[in-house]
Write a protein that binds this ligand. Structure first.
Ligand SMILES: Nc1ncnc2c1ncn2[C@@H]1O[C@H](COP(=O)(O)OP(=O)(O)O)[C@@H](O)[C@H]1O
Ligand SMILES: [Mg+2]
Length: 370
């Protein structure tokens, strides 16, 4: 069987889909190509609306389920065409789908990703492995994060304890101790870019603050930062995961209404950057002997945020995953290609020490193209 896989990842930023074409023939994955395909603006608006209660949700979701699948399939077809690789050479696609709700905790906890895998299989002619999170939830886990098993497989170092830090809409970390007998830990730390994006969209009408240039025009307000850092999620023990259900514009605006001082818009943006950096650093600093932190996800491109992180993470060296041979933009998509590979190898995709599931399990459902 071929060891060529495609990974499809679209996170809480809802900016589009990252597609990675990966060869797992060797111990270290070989990344042949990785591209990002933006969502059409109308679909992005629909997906955003599906993250909150609204009228006629079922019909809207049904349509979006197919539309996301079409965007994903066309991204796969395009990357294969560019690389002159035929669909028959691909063992499977690992598709995360687009999360529209994530309420993992409790007996009635659930998580919901859309992007019909049947349609992706038909439109590409390639078998699809999808629906990775729900088995872990069924086993009492958070269903997230799911990238730590992959991080452990490819990024462990025998002398240095490392953290892989993904800054997407939400930020999550994987702690990989150098001692292989110690458990890998991983959890969501809170907001990554999501609050900064929401504030920027509201006041600049731009999708995001490119390189953190707007934030750099302000200066963070320490009192507001302290108030925001009181959010109980930051102090919760792992396993834990979160989403836009908690960290959204209204969450921020509620704090601002109560806030006694006038803070300029750019200084709010600087404060949000510090909120992401400080909440991440506080939680990394509680881990044992972390020497190196490697950043991936879109947040790695935000110079202002990276500077804030550098200042807060005084005990560790800060790099991007480029240093480990995988570009920050592709790590998550490569991880979902790996999860499809793990499914075909009958290997567990979750780590119970991370998600809290009662046992390791092969994750995903199989959607054949034939
Ligand atoms: N040049 C940039 N400067 C600052 N932020 C950026 C830049 N490029 C991307 N981003 C941020 O990264 C986000 C997308 O990151 P991504 O890792 O794709 O997140 P997700 O997994 O949630 O989709 C954007 O919404 C934006 O906030
Ligand atoms: Mg993205």
């Amino acid at each position: 069987m071929s060891n060529l896989y495609v990974g499809l990842m679209s996170g809480t930023s809802m900016d589009g889909v990252d597609v990675a074409l990966v060869d797992f023939s060797k111990i270290k994955p070989t990344i042949i190509d990785c591209q990002t395909y933006d969502y059409p603006p109308e679909l992005a608006r629909t997906l955003n609306s599906l993250c909150a209660n609204s009228d006629n949700e079922v019909v809207t979701m049904g349509h979006a389920d197919r539309e996301v699948a079409r965007v994903f399939a066309s991204a796969v077809n395009d990357i294969l065409l560019k690389n002159e690789i035929s669909a028959s050479k691909i063992a499977a696609i690992g598709s995360h789908g687009q999360t529209i709700r994530h309420h993992p905790t409790g007996d009635d906890g659930f998580t919901l990703q859309i992007g019909d895998p049947n349609s992706i299989a038909i439109l590409t002619g390639i078998d699809v492995i999808a629906d990775f999170r729900r088995k872990d939830i069924a086993l009492g886990g958070q269903g997230a994060p799911l990238t730590p098993a992959f991080h452990q497989a490819v990024f462990r170092h025998s002398h240095h304890s490392r953290v892989i830090l993904n800054i997407g809409g939400i930020a999550n970390i994987t702690y990989i101790p150098s001692d292989a007998k110690q458990s890998v830990l991983g959890f969501d730390t809170g907001p990554g870019n999501t609050l900064m994006d929401a504030w920027c969209q509201k006041h600049l009408n731009k999708a995001y603050d490119a390189n953190g240039a707007w934030a750099a025009q302000g200066s963070h307000d320490s009192q507001l930062l302290q108030q925001l850092l009181k959010e109980p999620f930051f102090g919760l023990p792992a396993p834990k995961s979160t989403g836009r259900e908690l960290f959204h514009l209204q969450w921020l605006e509620k704090h601002l209404i109560d806030f006694p001082n006038e803070v300029s818009k750019e200084s709010v943006q600087a404060t949000l950057s510090m909120l992401t950096a400080c909440s991440i650093a506080q939680q990394i600093n509680q881990l044992d002997g972390v020497e190196e932190v490697f950043v991936c996800g879109g947040g790695a491109k935000n110079d202002f945020l990276m500077e804030c992180l550098e200042n807060e993470l005084v005990e560790c060296d800060l790099h991007t995953t480029d240093m480990l041979g995988i570009s920050p933009d592709s790590v998550e998509a490569v991880a979902f290609a790996w999860l499809a590979y793990a499914f075909n190898q009958d290997m567990p995709g979750n780590l119970p020490s991370v998600t809290g599931a009662s046992r390791p399990a092969v994750l995903g459902g199989y959607f054949p193209a034939g």
